[in-house]
Every structure is written in C-alpha cells, then in structure tokens.
Write a protein that binds this ligand. Structure first.
Ligand SMILES: Nc1ncnc2c1ncn2[C@@H]1O[C@H](COP(=O)(O)OP(=O)(O)OP(=O)(O)O)[C@@H](O)[C@H]1O
Ligand SMILES: [Mg+2]
Length: 235
C-alpha cells in the first residue's frame, strides 16, 4: 500500500474546479517531484493533500487512513508536514522560536531532542538560533521553514517550491538538504520550478497541466521523454 494515495480527486476553491480526476501516489521513503506550468494546480494539489481544501470527488488516503475530510491539524498527527510556497516562517520570531512553533502538535515528545535533530540536519540554524527569521536570507528562511516542519519527524514532507527565487548555489544547497532529509527515511513530495534538477533527484515524478495528470514515470523517464522536454522543460 502506498504511503499517500490521491485517487481520482476533483476539487478546488469553492465552486471552481481546479483538479480534475487527479491521481498520484507517494511510496514510503520516496522522493516524488510534481512539475507543470504556472497555474497547473500544483499548489492546489498540495493544499488538498494537507486538508486545507477538500476533494469534491475522489479519495485521499495516507498511511492507511482515509483523510479526504480530515483537517490539517488531524493530518499532522498522522505524520505529514507541509511547507507552503509563501509565508512559510514567522518573521518576527527567532529561528529557535520558529522550530518550537513547528512542534506545537507534539504530543509528549522531548522538545530539546527534536530541536537537536533539526540542528544536526541544518547546523547553520543552530548558529543563528537567536536571530529573527525575518532578517535571514531567502535560502536561510527556507531552511527555517523546513526545519520547523521536521520538528515532528514526519513520514511525509510536502514542499511547495522550496528553491523559488534562490540563487543557483542556494538551489543546490537546498536540493542537497532535501536529499539528506530523504536519506533519514522521510518521504518527500515536492513541487518545483527547477524541473530538471528536481527530476534528477526524484525517484518518480508527475507532470500536471490544467489540473490533470499529463505524464508520470521515473525521474529519468520524464527527463528523457522528448514531449516532456519540449512542453515542460523548455526544450
Ligand atoms: N485562493 C484561491 N482562490 C481561487 N482560485 C485560486 C486560489 N489559489 C489559486 N487559484 C487558482 O487555481 C489555479 C491553480 O493555482 P495553483 O496555485 O494551484 O497553481 P500552481 O500550479 O501552483 O502554479 P504556480 O506554478 O504559479 O505556483 C489557478 O487558476 C489559480 O488562479
Ligand atoms: Mg504554486
């Protein structure tokens, strides 16, 4: 059974239909990349998986639970965390306070242990732990956002454009972090504009356009598909 299964989901905002009979799966420990043009519905898919929107038709299951009608706070408890595309840190809080906010749903875990685990993954955050997140660079902020999501040691981490608006060097650094997070056993579903780079590191990928599945396959299959290259990877 896959860790996450989106089964023929139709939905969107209010009456607007953005996702159309969309299906996808993420297996445990896998990196899955979602690519597609602006407005394809990638962020809408993320929000629907995380319970911020609900499918009008179809079903979403996570780790054996039907979460189609679950709210985000219930989904977090099952082991899924989400880093949104925008506004993903509390800018007036320090790095350490952001991490603590990320652990709000922690039932009985040890906060210090969780923080240490995150600081081990992002040593830079430990050095900067007293600094306001709003005074950090884009790349550092992204690390704070990912660190906060990782406080709960999720089974699945949803990342919406983690490398948006970063310099090529920082893009490489974030991708490397994502690979390391995955090596600890956490499955990753990420939406990426840096499509080639994300497909290179992903085990599998999906191409979305107009709220529908257009292509799916291993990262390599999608990279080598001439139609995907021409239509979605800029030739
Ligand atoms: N809050 C909202 N209310 C109504 N419609 C929305 C809302 N957010 C997005 N949409 C619409 O849903 C469609 C899909 O948007 P979505 O943000 O999912 O695209 P995306 O694939 O993430 O695009 P991008 O690559 O630009 O981030 C767009 O037509 C958009 O206008
Ligand atoms: Mg988006």
């Amino acid at each position: 059974m896959p860790l996450l299964e989106v089964d023929r989901v139709t939905g969107g905002y209010g009456d607007s239909e953005i996702l159309r009979r969309l299906s996808m799966v993420v297996d445990a420990h896998e990196i899955v990349a979602i690519i597609g043009p602006n407005g394809a519905g990638k962020s809408t898919l993320m929000k629907t998986v995380f319970g911020l929107l609900h499918p009008r038709e179809g079903r979403i299951t996570f780790d054996g639970h039907d979460i189609s009608s679950f709210a985000a706070h219930q989904i977090v408890k099952l082991g899924m965390c989400y880093v949104p595309q925008v506004a993903n840190v509390f800018t007036t809080l320090t790095v350490e306070e952001n991490l603590e906010m990320g652990a709000f749903a922690l039932a009985d875990g040890n906060l210090d242990t969780c923080k240490q685990r995150v600081y081990d993954m992002f040593p830079k955050l430990k050095q900067r732990r007293r600094q306001a997140a709003g005074k950090m660079s884009g790349g550092e902020r992204q690390m704070v956002a990912m660190g906060s999501a990782l406080m709960l040691d999720p089974k699945l981490l949803l990342l919406d454009e983690p490398t948006a608006a970063l310099s090529p060097k920082l893009v490489d650094e974030i991708f490397e972090r994502i690979a390391r997070i995955n090596e600890t056993g956490i499955a990753i579903m990420m939406v990426e504009q840096n499509a080639r780079q994300s497909l290179r590191m992903a085990h599998r990928g999906y191409v979305l356009a107009n709220g529908e599945n257009r292509q799916q396959g291993t990262g390599r299959e999608l990279l080598e598909d001439p139609n995907v290259g021409r239509l979605y990877l800029g030739g």
